[in-house]
Write a protein that binds this ligand. Structure first.
Ligand SMILES: *Cc1c(COP(=O)(O)O)cnc(C)c1O
Length: 393
């Protein structure tokens, strides 16, 4: 018999009662150190007082009015994002996959209005852009698309890190946009080197192609810059944001230049819940805290500390771990044993981390995690690794 919850997830039998900062208290009372932050969502940890206050205050005033009317919180958040980034304009969604939908529609509408047949979009193997029809077509993997055809046409997939393949493909007729994660998340924390992102921007400019960045996982301070592309000193034409921007409240956004957004006139797109007062009040507070240069500097400092500790862990367990990679507080530990073996032992140590493709364990703590908590997390990983070795002996 089918369970009452559609069984699309392999859930760990773990039930969280409440959270505080980087700690989660299970229904049975166990306290877990949370190094996953709901897959890079709880950017300021759990039950952050400033976020709780702003949400409950807004909840007492107004939840929803519809985008038929002005929403001051939405306007304020858009203004703030425009002020802080390359973007001239913002559309709010409730999730990353909805941001993907709009990013694809926007790019296609841009070329349609120019009267050019450039509906094809280049995307990359190992990428993840959400589970909508556009999202799975953009990612293209067998795992995500199997059984869901006919797929949204127009996506061409290139191997990750193959500059020659990119250079050849981008010259082809009908290419209108390139869609890429500056740091692949689900794909196993695979960062695109700054030089490659610069080169990609140059190629896009050379061929008049729009650059769409998916910063749903790597954006909003996660890499130690407000957005990951800032490390390469380039800007996209369109950017997808979600996860951290809501800190756990559903919120996503598409940011764009005036040029890229020029086809999106009144009536061309919409969302009932997108940009509602609750989500935008929270998003605005998140931006206030995370866009502060001192906060981002702190993320970079913590990243250095955590990375160094993880390098020590690899040196201590060379049979278990191969390398640490990533950027800021978006780090991946590539394993030499099945990552799920280490994950199971980490759970036994009351530590939450997140598996990814390429046999990687993701370490995505709250950006405001304390140094002592990171040290504790690495100590727990060290015990988990020892337990894997002991079990194999
Ligand atoms: C999580 C994620 C998405 C999808 O976001 P949802 O909010 O789950 O729809 C898209 N792109 C990337 C890079 C992601 O990590």
């Amino acid at each position: 018999m089918i369970p009452s919850l559609l069984p699309t997830y392999n859930r760990t039998p773990m039930s969280v009662d409440h959270g505080q900062g980087s700690w989660l208290v299970m229904a049975d009372g166990r306290r877990f150190l949370d190094m996953g932050a709901g897959i890079a969502v709880n950017a300021l940890g759990h039950a952050h007082p400033a976020l709780t206050n702003v949400l409950t205050e807004q909840a007492g005033k107004l939840w929803h009015v519809s985008n038929l009317y002005q929403i001051p919180q939405q306007q304020a958040l858009a203004d703030r994002l425009v002020e802080e980034t390359f973007a001239d304009t913002v559309f709010f969604t409730n999730s990353g996959t909805e941001a993907c939908e709009l990013a694809v529609k926007m790019a296609r509408k841009y070329w349609f209005e120019k009267g050019e047949d450039r509906m094809r979009i280049l995307a990359f193997e190992g990428s993840f852009h959400g589970r909508s029809s556009a999202g799975i077509a953009a990612a293209g993997s067998e795992k995500m698309t199997h059984g869901f055809g006919p797929l949204l046409p127009g996506f061409t997939h290139l191997p990750w890190g193959d500059h020659d393949a990119l250079e050849a493909a981008i010259k082809e007729p009908n290419i209108g946009a390139v869609l890429i994660e500056p740091v692949q998340g689900e794909g196993g924390i695979r960062p695109l080197p700054d030089q490659c992102l610069k080169g990609l921007r140059d190629l896009c400019d050379q061929h008049g192609v729009l650059l769409i960045l998916d910063e749903v996982q790597c954006g909003v301070g996660r890499t130690g810059r407000l957005f990951a592309h800032e490390w390469a000193g380039i800007t996209p034409d369109i950017m997808m944001v979600a996860k951290g921007i809501g800190g756990g409240f559903p919120l996503g956004a598409v940011l764009a230049t005036e040029k890229a957004a020029s086809g999106m006139t009144a009536g061309t797109h919409g969302s009932t819940y997108g940009g509602n007062p609750l989500a935008c009040a929270v998003g605005l507070k998140i931006m206030e805290i995370i866009a502060d240069p001192a906060f981002l500097e702190d993320v970079r400092r913590k990243s250095g500390h955590l990375r160094q500790a993880l390098e020590g862990l690899i040196a201590a367990h060379p049979d278990i771990f191969e390398e640490v990679r990533g950027s800021g507080l978006m780090l991946g530990l590539r394993c030499r044993v099945p990552n799920t073996d280490v994950l199971a032992r980490a759970y036994e140590e009351n530590l939450l981390i997140v598996p990814a493709a390429d046999n990687v364990l993701r370490i995505l703590p709250a950006l405001n995690i304390e140094e002592a908590e990171m040290t504790e997390a690495v100590a727990r990983l060290d015990r988990a690794a020892s337990a894997v070795i002991a079990a194999a002996a």
